[in-house]
Design a protein around this ligand. Structure first.
Ligand code: ATP
Length: 255
């Protein structure tokens, strides 16, 4: 669905990562982990075609991203940014409708079908009752759900999410993660997300891509990739991975 081959990423002359290989299939969640500044956002921006690869290529449905027009990319690939308060008081359904842009003709007004798709996306995430609400007055968790709804309205099979649980409280983190799991399992979406919390990779049973020192240090199931030794190396503090009585893995720094 989306694949990166021999990718070097970076900004101009500054190489941030080399030899990045990555594939994400329908129904799969890939969790990108790594310390601040390791290049997660740079990789996302390259996957989205916002900055060019320094080497290698990104394939979307088997086609090189460089040969695709912006609207074509948007029909396959939706980006879920971290939710911020916008400067204007948009209504929630208007924000979600923005996800339909790539499916509308140039200068076309949203059709009844576009509006229906926006409302369906909100309903699918269980927040249909927020359609008429002022987006700027929502809680952080609700805003993040609306950003996901906007991506769903785009009807793109691949979802790229930049720290979707950043700045959310404990309950909202769990709610957003549950929705993401559902989008992959029931909806068949391919999801790539970044997080600073390795426990989330276990919770989602995601495939982990652990970035370190300008490349991918390890990749695979959380049980195999997220060992105490690797997490200690990558984050520079001693980390233990322990099992709870129910068998769940918990990563904790040894303070
Ligand atoms: N627009 C830019 N121009 C030049 N260098 C940049 C630009 N954006 C990021 N960088 C540099 O690229 C490197 C990787 O940054 P990036 O934002 O991709 O890391 P990250 O893993 O997403 O970090 P964080 O976890 O803090 O969000 C850093 O050294 C950063 O300073």
């Amino acid at each position: 669905m989306i694949a990166a081959e021999g990718l070097s990423i970076g900004h101009g002359a500054q190489v941030v990562g080399r030899d990045v290989a990555l594939t994400v299939a329908p129904g799969e969640i890939v969790c990108l982990l790594g310390p601040n500044g390791c290049g997660k956002t740079t990789l996302f921006r390259t996957l989205l075609g916002l900055i060019p690869p320094l080497a290698g290529r990104v394939l979307l449905e088997g086609r090189d991203l460089r040969n695709l027009k912006r609207a074509e990319i948007a029909r396959h690939l939706a980006y879920v940014p971290q939710a911020h308060v916008p400067p204007f008081p948009y209504q929630v359904d208007e924000v979600v409708l923005m996800g339909r842009t790539a499916r509308m003709g140039p200068l076309a007004a949203p059709s009844a079908q576009d509006r229906a798709a926006a409302l369906a996306a909100l309903a699918r995430l269980g927040i249909g009752d927020l359609a008429g609400a002022d987006y700027s007055r929502l809680s952080g968790g609700q805003r993040q759900m609306v950003m996901i709804a906007r991506a769903l309205a785009q009807e793109a099979p691949v979802l790229v999410m930049d720290e979707p649980t950043a700045s959310l409280d404990f309950g909202n983190q769990a709610r957003v993660l549950a929705r993401i799991a559902d989008l992959a399992q029931a909806g068949g979406h391919a999801v790539v997300l970044s997080t600073h919390d390795p426990d989330q990779a276990f919770a989602l049973q995601a495939r982990v891509v652990l970035m370190h020192a300008g490349g991918i240090l390890a990749e695979g199931p959380p049980d195999q990739v997220l060992t105490g030794a690797r997490l200690s190396l990558v984050y520079g503090v001693p980390v233990q991975v322990e099992r709870t009585a129910s068998g769940r893995a918990v990563c904790a720094p040894c303070l």
